[in-house]
Design a protein. Sequence first.
Length: 400
Amino acid sequence: MEYLSIIDVPSNVLSGKRVFLRVDYNVPIKGEIISEHYRITHTIQTIEYLLKKEASIVLASHHEQKDEKENSIYLSLEPVKNALQDMLKQEVKFKKGKIDESSLKEVQKLKPGEILMLDNLRFDPREKAYSENPDEEYCKFLASFADVYVFEAFGAAHRKHVSTNGMVKYFKRRLIGILVKKEIGVLEKIRDNPEKPFCVVVGGGKVKDKLEALKNLAGKADVILTGGLVAHTFLKAIGKKVGKEIIEEEWLKIAKDILNEHKNKIILPVDYVVREKSGKVSVVDGEIPEGCEGFDIGPKTMKKYAEELRNKATIFWNGPLGKIEEVEFENGSAGIAREIALSWWRGATTVVGGGDTITVLNKAGVMENEFTHVSTGGGATLQYLAGKVLPALEYIETRE
């Protein structure tokens, strides 16, 4: 299935039209400072393309961060507006606060070639509540902001929210942006026809999503290198100790199914960097002793994984292999990042999943352009590779 993008339609579809551009500007903000800009910079090509077509643009994004107690906090997108304005060298108007009738009035004043950014979509609880408590009147209200809908928020494609799904059906023209077109093209090749030999590297959290993606990829992969909670789940599934880690039964069932069919492809760490009961950090072989916490792959595993990565034609990596928030446990992930970058220099196709993996690249001192593709999606990437239909693509037009 080929989804229609803004570059696949005649100019008159966009020229002089008001475009609702759903982006993913859920970037780390502290005060007025944005520490990672890649989700913003990746939308510039689509924005500038629409401006060249003399469209006016209504930018919309969610933003959600967690505090120290893991409670959700919703911040204003004004710092993002300022950063985008500097990148575009053009004024970006901004409507602060919850979206309401006054927002619509500001949008209606837009002239061709102008941009207005709405504030955080999640200031209104109806945005996020759509999958369980849909408010179609609110969907119609947001759809009245523009003539054309363009989806350019791949990182939110797995969310069934008002701005990614509910409002879309009320537009006559429903398209994807240049970034999402590229994301889908790269991930389709990884999922359906990767060049061999094909290596998958998987770590981090979101264990269920990653295991479901592995179920779909394992048949095509030649080798699967594991770390983090994913590795711990496989370890537990074969009867090994995982220290203090709690592994859910649902994860174990999926892991055992994968092992039954693809045991020879799954490579587990042979040593771990652990934190002992006393707080001391040490390296242990084989399994993780009771009372310890396994927070990174060890040096023997790093050497083994580096050897496996060599001479691969395609490499897909999603999720850090250690607890990268602490310096003692970031070496394995940083080492893997550098090895995959070297594989790209050797000619391999290398695709890196989004989310925490981007943080690893920064810690490892590896440039984004040292990979074939760095995805802006985390959960969306995994669900697409698992063969699931993403809610954000449900109503997007397709090529006949």
